[in-house]
Design a protein around this ligand. Structure first.
Ligand code: AMP
Length: 121
């Protein structure tokens, strides 16, 4: 899928739409999810134009890839979720139920995050 510059996270990165920022560095921006599923629900996104994990791992530089994951760790630290534990996930494409076509890592914490995935039966 080609990157759509009009997606909502691209607009947030360009400063056209506000976000509730919790962290920013050269490689990543992190902000609170507008519809939080746990007391802590932060989205960590790369600053580059990447649709999803497939696009990112195929096309991003090593510095961008390590920068994003270091940002995830920084955010977990900042939000104080490491001691009790937390979950990260990234949805990809239709069956992954990805809504926004700019790579984002969800970070959930502050409460038990429940089973890993909904059972099929
Ligand atoms: P996904 O289904 O993985 O693409 O998740 C997209 C996430 O983006 C959802 O959890 C939404 O609540 C969140 N979201 C959408 N628009 C915004 C926004 N303007 N600011 C913060 N989070 C948003």
């Amino acid at each position: 899928m080609a990157y759509d510059d009009e997606n909502i996270f691209a607009k947030i990165l360009r400063g056209e739409i506000p976000c509730d920022k919790v962290f920013e560095d050269d490689y990543a921006l992190a902000f609170n999810d507008i519809n939080p599923q746990r007391p802590v629900h932060v989205l960590v996104i790369p600053k580059g134009r990447y649709v999803d994990v497939d696009d990112f791992t195929a096309n991003a530089s090593d510095a961008e890839i390590s920068g994003l994951f270091r940002a995830v760790g920084e955010v977990a630290n900042m939000m104080g979720v490491s001691d009790d534990g937390y979950r990260i996930l990234s949805n990809i494409g239709a069956w992954g139920h990805q809504e926004v076509p700019h790579l984002h890592i969800h970070l959930f914490g502050g409460a038990d995050t429940g089973p890993m995935i909904k059972r099929q039966d």
